[in-house]
Design a protein around this ligand. Structure first.
Ligand SMILES: [Ca+2]
Length: 375
């Protein structure tokens, strides 16, 4: 989302483990989800080390006044919030790209998410919120399995929403962003803007002590504050948006996010793809990366082989390559809807995990239903 400031990060606890295998670099991430790259428990432990509050230093006051003006908030109130924010000493290093890049490994990444505990939790979530999921599908045209996949990968159905005070995390990443980051100025500006959105929401809703991930992503769907501002909806109709305490608001908000990024109802996310080695021009097929750029005839003309259903696809396709460590890569033909999933978190590994988790849960639901009918 710089493109659209998007959203979500997850927090470290459980996620760190996943992230370690994740291998997708922070630079691929959307603004929000950025940095799962950080990967050890040690970092998680240190991050909890609280430093002093920022107090009324020159930098803190200047930041408060700038945000108060930009977001039209009372200056005294903003100064007070920033002065009470605590410097989280471990957080800045968590947004740095890994010093030793790990080999990307789709199979290892997949195993972290598509596993029985998460599938069972997702099946239960779907059962509990079936009417909201159905209503979201009717309202926004986004299938329940996509929403269930996102919330499962993001927070394990609300189990890992993050325990950092968002005010502390975002103030730390604004005032103490690590200069060693390759895009330090851009990222620092991003977190400053997220802090501004957060303060505006905290002021109107009175929840300046809200918690989230170390990068400020909040609630069941791990929306960054700018995404809350742009895409979150009150889907349970109680008059307020609450992504932490209302899974129903989270469901509507994820669906609205997908719709806003161009989700096309009924279009598959991807198709299987093979290769005709005799005429394969893989460099050309891979050049646009995950951006769908080839018509079916163009795609197959360059050596991609599609099944019957994929050959009937009318929109553009992308050749998505997923590395498997030392093993040969996996490939899928991604559609425009696959690309939409990557707007939630800029990673094809993330997108395919979301899609396959949703499919696994849908299949498990069908199975469970057959078993209970047989009893
Ligand atoms: Ca609500």
């Amino acid at each position: 989302m710089a493109l659209q400031t998007n959203l979500a990060l997850r927090q470290i606890t459980a996620a760190l483990l996943l992230l370690a295998a994740l291998t997708v670099h922070a630079s691929n991430k959307p603004h929000a989800k950025a940095h799962k790259a950080v990967s050890h428990k040690a970092a998680a432990h240190k991050a909890s080390t609280r430093g002093p509050v920022y107090g009324k230093t020159t930098e803190a006051i200047a930041l408060a006044d700038e945000l108060a003006q930009q977001y039209k908030l009372p200056q005294t109130w903003v100064r007070e919030q920033i002065s009470k924010a605590q410097h989280l000493k471990g957080v800045p290093k968590m947004v740095l790209p890994p010093t030793v890049p790990t080999a990307k490994n789709w199979r290892a990444y997949r195993e972290r998410f598509i596993e029985s505990r998460r599938i069972d939790a997702g099946t239960q979530f779907w059962q509990t919120y079936e009417s909201a999921l159905t209503r979201a599908e009717q309202t926004y045209g986004v299938p329940a399995e996509m929403i269930v996949g996102i919330i499962g990968v993001e927070t394990f159905y609300g189990q890992n929403m993050g325990n950092y005070r968002v005010l502390d995390a975002l103030t730390t990443l604004t005032l103490n962003f690590p200069a060693a980051h390759p895009r330090a100025a851009e990222r620092q500006a991003f977190f400053k803007s997220e802090l501004g959105h957060f303060l505006a929401q905290a002021h109107s809703q009175g929840n300046a002590s809200a918690t989230g991930s170390f990068a400020g992503a909040m609630g069941w769907p791990q929306f960054m504050p700018s995404s809350v501002a742009k895409f979150a909806v009150d889907f349970d109709g109680d008059g307020r948006i609450d992504l932490r305490n209302s899974p129903v608001d989270a469901i509507g908000s994820v669906a609205n996010y997908f719709k806003a990024f161009g989700w096309q109802t009924g279009m598959p996310t991807h198709y299987p793809v093979g290769f005709d080695e005799a005429r394969l021009d893989k460099p050309t097929l891979l050049a646009p990366d995950i951006l769908p750029s080839f018509s079916v005839s163009n795609f197959t003309g360059k050596g991609a082989v599609l099944d019957e259903q994929a050959q009937k696809h009318t929109g553009p396709l992308a050749l998505v390559e997923l590395f498997n460590g030392d093993e040969p890569p996996s490939y899928v033909a991604g559609t425009e809807n696959f690309y939409v999933v990557t707007r939630y978190n800029w990673s094809s590994y993330y997108a395919l995990a979301v899609i396959e988790l949703g499919q696994a849960i849908k299949a498990n639901r069908a199975l469970t239903s057959i078993q209970s009918n047989a009893r």
